[in-house]
Ligand binder design. Structure first.
Ligand code: HEC
Ligand code: HEC
Ligand code: HEC
Ligand code: HEC
Ligand code: HEC
Length: 217
């Protein structure tokens, strides 16, 4: 025997609650927030042409994100590293290893090395890395604990509601600007982080960016 109620009714009370709460803040924003999918592409983990591991390079070797993603602090795009960057070490380390053949070929013969893009927002959404990095939003807030992963996956939904949850209440999500790239940073306590975050919001004049044009321009 099949279910007595159509599937959508199971979600009703929660949706009413969320809808009601949002109504109190902003009608239009609330409606969109409530309709947009919450779990966009989270978990997507494509196979890469070279088995590059953030666990090895960041987790074990302690490399800084900016060594390879050198745009992240100054431009909208974080950038992927050129193969020459890899060869700074791999012309010595694992020098003849077959796993690194596509990297060597790219440098020596110019044969393309195409990393498969993991994260991609729809074209109608504007995003900017530098703005977040300069306002104390750490990489792991959106990309998860990448220093523990061998194969890069989408860790957070990166849906509109995910973005808005923070844009409406940034304080608990901010850390000291100098710690944005530090994968080992932990707040001394949640209360301390909130107090610091509130101070950063004042000192850096962090806006509550939930107007549609901030992200849809
Ligand atoms: C030694 C170079 C290197 C370092 C250091 C490094 N990465 Fe990467 N990163 C890569 C390469 C190569 C890729 C493409 C392959 C992949 O997706 O795993 C990548 C992919 C990514 C992606 C997915 C990009 C996409 O396609 O959407 C994210 C996010 C990312 N890195 C974040 C970080 C963060 C955060 C740090 C610092 C904690 C970091 N990386 C440190 C080399 C590096
Ligand atoms: C700062 C030096 C350094 C840089 C730069 C570097 N690597 Fe590595 N890489 C290492 C070391 C050290 C190891 C571990 C070697 C071992 O296992 O003996 C390693 C291991 C690897 C492995 C073997 C799998 C693993 O995780 O152990 C691959 C594949 C690899 N690196 C790819 C890359 C690629 C692609 C880049 C450029 C995006 C890169 N590396 C940049 C130092 C580096
Ligand atoms: C507020 C969320 C957020 C934060 C914080 C963030 N990223 Fe991203 N990242 C994204 C989104 C969204 C994309 C996909 C962008 C697109 O499709 O245009 C992305 C894409 C990337 C890519 C793929 C190349 C590119 O630029 O599109 C890399 C590499 C990356 N991020 C690294 C980092 C690193 C390193 C940090 C920390 C300094 C970081 N990100 C912080 C949300 C974030
Ligand atoms: C963890 C917190 C957090 C998350 C998650 C987050 N943001 Fe932000 N975002 C911020 C902060 C803080 C600012 C800076 C506000 C200011 O400058 O006053 C900002 C600024 C921006 C800006 C303004 C850029 C400019 O040119 O001034 C855009 C666009 C933006 N975010 C897009 C996004 C998108 C799209 C997502 C989701 C994929 C997202 N953000 C997720 C915290 C966040
Ligand atoms: C902080 C950034 C941000 C703000 C502010 C924002 N959006 Fe979005 N919006 C997004 C992102 C990210 C997506 C893409 C979600 C996805 O990939 O499914 C999106 C998707 C959408 C979609 C497509 C929904 C779907 O189901 O595919 C609509 C419509 C939309 N937004 C309308 C709005 C309106 C109206 C406002 C103002 C009330 C607004 N957005 C404010 C980030 C934002």
């Amino acid at each position: 025997m099949s279910d007595l109620f159509p599937l959508w009714t199971h979600r009703l009370p929660r949706q009413l609650l969320v809808g009601g709460l949002l109504l109190a803040t902003s009608v239009t924003a609330g409606v969109w927030y409530y309709f947009t999918p919450k779990y966009t592409r989270a978990g997507y983990q494509p196979l890469q042409p070279v088995p590059f591991s953030h666990a090895t390079h960041v987790g074990q070797l302690g490399m800084d994100c900016r060594y390879c993603h050198d745009g992240v602090e100054r431009s909208a795009f974080a950038n992927l590293p050129a193969s020459a960057t890899c060869m700074n070490c791999h012309n010595q380390v694992l020098k003849d290893d077959p796993r690194l053949a596509p990297v060597r070929d790219n440098v020596l013969t110019g044969r393309p090395l195409a990393w498969v893009r993991v994260h991609r927002l729809p074209d109608y959404v504007y995003f900017n890395h530098a703005v977040h990095a300069r306002r104390g939003v750490s990489c792991d807030r959106c990309h998860g604990p990448i220093q523990n992963t061998d194969e890069t996956a989408v860790a957070e939904p990166l849906s509109m509601s995910f973005c808005l949850d923070c844009h409406r209440n940034p304080a608990p999500n901010l850390r000291p600007a100098a710690e944005v790239f530090n994968v080992n940073w932990r707040p001394t306590s949640a209360a301390q982080q909130l107090a610091d975050g509130q101070r950063f919001v004042r000192e850096w004049d962090v806006k509550r960016l939930d107007n549609c044009a901030a992200c849809h321009r």
